[in-house]
Design a binder for this molecule. Structure first.
Ligand code: C2O
Ligand code: CU
Ligand code: CU
Length: 478
């Protein structure tokens, strides 16, 4: 089948928010879509890769006229793309050249917490360089890197601190997917911004506790982008990198596309769509086949009614590829016997957001789960069904399986591993969670202002054979 709806509850779309900011096409010329370069390792051996990731301030030409003051990793805005090959050990210098404290969070990466994970307990102070090492042991996936200092994650991401991280492995490499980076394998970081006087961003002026939005779509740090397509098929690695905005994606003429991977990697089965909604921090890898489009034509990617990227189709070599019905086997571990179902409740909107009736406290561990145990979590969105919003629930330190939505089957593209799942108002999403690495890990709503506003908690994944203590930061010491 080809699915033609967005699945999420229409009354909960962000378009119904009092503070919704509709997208508008910027009054600016079209520009070639920026493709973030691949970050060059400092050194590479058969088993080890060494990177330096530097958070830095700069300026970026986004609109005609004055450049915009922006932040980025190894570039002025967003990031160069990091590649982590499965099985290899990464050694990363984290350098902070910004005027304030930041952290480097590897969203979706299975590494120990809380320091390597880079949540709020892993500050890197201005002028400082910290070092992390870890071995990549998860399947190929599209992950991302973003700042995570509490409670200014949202503001730092708005400044530009976000980038793509691609995990590669041998299994994915055998699948008939496009993988020529920058040619037919393209990252798409979807964000929105408001430009003020002299083309500058002003986070505080635009502040909204339900999530900051702007009317201008910014794709890979490009306004009004086009991309020159030179192959029949294109793989788009789409990330909702916005603070608040949901993207309801569809192509002109409802051109169908196939989702092959979600947050945690390749899905067991490909899923065909004409429409796809992403909530904050979710990723979808889709393959678009332009075989029905003639060279010279343009196919536009929209969110609701606003064009995001124009794909200009050029001559391409005919290459009809049918994807297999089954892509990969994924483990579906048995739930550990006699474990009660864990309950998590996301409550409130605006300043009143909480988890389980509490606001986030960096010093408080809210839950504990043994490393290796497989447990069911019931994640509930307590908002009213007629006036609430979709809260994207994200967990650090694990990729989980979506078991059900209000007892019913999850959406067709939720059959693979995920680290973020949108929960509709009044809905309970049951997920299956296992931690493979010990640590203190955050779980939270990924509307970043909700996270900063306290809709966040933390769990210790512990190994009884190797008890650990952690130095947890305090808001006051930041
Ligand atoms: Cu995308 Cu707590 O992170
Ligand atoms: Cu994360
Ligand atoms: Cu939320």
């Amino acid at each position: 089948p080809i699915y033609t709806d967005y699945f999420f509850d229409e009354p909960a779309y962000n378009t119904h928010d009092g503070g919704y900011v509709p997208l508008e096409v910027a009054d600016a010329p079209e520009m070639a879509l920026r493709i973030p370069p691949l970050l060059k390792p400092d050194k590479e051996t058969a088993t080890d890769t060494y990177y330096t990731v530097e958070a830095q301030a700069g300026e970026t030409q986004l609109l005609p006229g004055k450049k915009t003051k922006t932040w980025g990793y190894n570039t002025s805005l967003l990031s160069q793309t990091l590649v982590f090959a499965k099985g290899k050990t990464m050694h990363i210098d984290l350098k902070n050249s910004l005027p304030e404290l930041t952290t480097f969070h590897w969203h979706g990466l299975n590494v120990p917490g809380p320091y390597t994970d880079g949540g709020c307990h892993a500050p890197v102070y201005p002028g400082e360089t910290k070092h992390i090492d870890f071995t990549v042991d998860q399947p190929a996936a599209t992950l991302w890197l973003h700042a995570h200092p509490c409670p200014s994650t949202a503001e730092q991401v708005w400044h530009g601190l976000a980038g793509m991280v691609l995990v590669t492995d041998d299994q994915e490499a055998e699948l008939p997917f496009p993988r020529n980076y920058g040619v037919d394998d393209i990252p798409l970081v979807l964000q929105d911004r408001r430009f003020h006087e002299d083309n500058q961003w002003d986070y505080n002026q635009d502040y909204d506790p339900d999530g900051v939005q702007g009317p201008t779509a910014m794709i890979n740090g490009t306004i009004n982008p086009y991309f020159d397509v030179t192959t029949q098929r294109l793989r788009l690695r789409i990330l909702d990198g916005a603070n608040r905005r949901e993207w309801r994606l569809h192509f002109s003429n409802d051109l169908p596309f196939t989702q092959v991977a979600s947050d945690g990697g390749v899905m067991p089965e490909p899923v065909k769509f004409t429409h796809l909604m992403l909530t904050c921090a979710e990723r979808a890898e889709i393959i678009v086949d332009f075989g029905s489009v003639k060279p010279g034509e343009t196919v536009t990617l929209y969110s609701d009614d606003t064009p995001l990227v124009k794909f200009r189709i050029h001559d391409y070599q005919r290459e009809d590829v049918t994807l297999p019905d089954h892509l990969v086997d994924i483990p579906d571990p048995e739930v550990t016997p006699n474990m009660p179902v864990r309950k998590v409740v996301m409550d409130g909107m605006d300043e009143y957001v909480m988890i389980d009736g509490k606001k986030f406290n960096m010093q408080r561990i809210d839950a504990r789960q043994q490393v290796g145990n497989v447990e069911l979590w019931d994640v509930k969105n307590n908002n009213k069904t007629d006036s609430g919003m979709v809260h994207p629930f994200h967990m650090h330190g694990t990729q989980f399986l979506v078991v059900s939505r209000n007892g019913k089957a999850p959406y067709p593209n939720e059959r693979g591993y995920k680290d973020t799942v949108g929960v509709n108002p009044g809905e309970t999403v049951r997920i299956k969670v296992r931690f493979d690495k010990p640590g203190v890990f955050m779980y939270h709503c990924h509307i970043i202002e909700h996270e900063d506003g306290g809709m966040m908690a933390q769990i210790e994944a512990y190994d009884p054979a190797h008890p650990k203590t952690y130095k947890l930061m305090d808001m006051d010491t930041l």
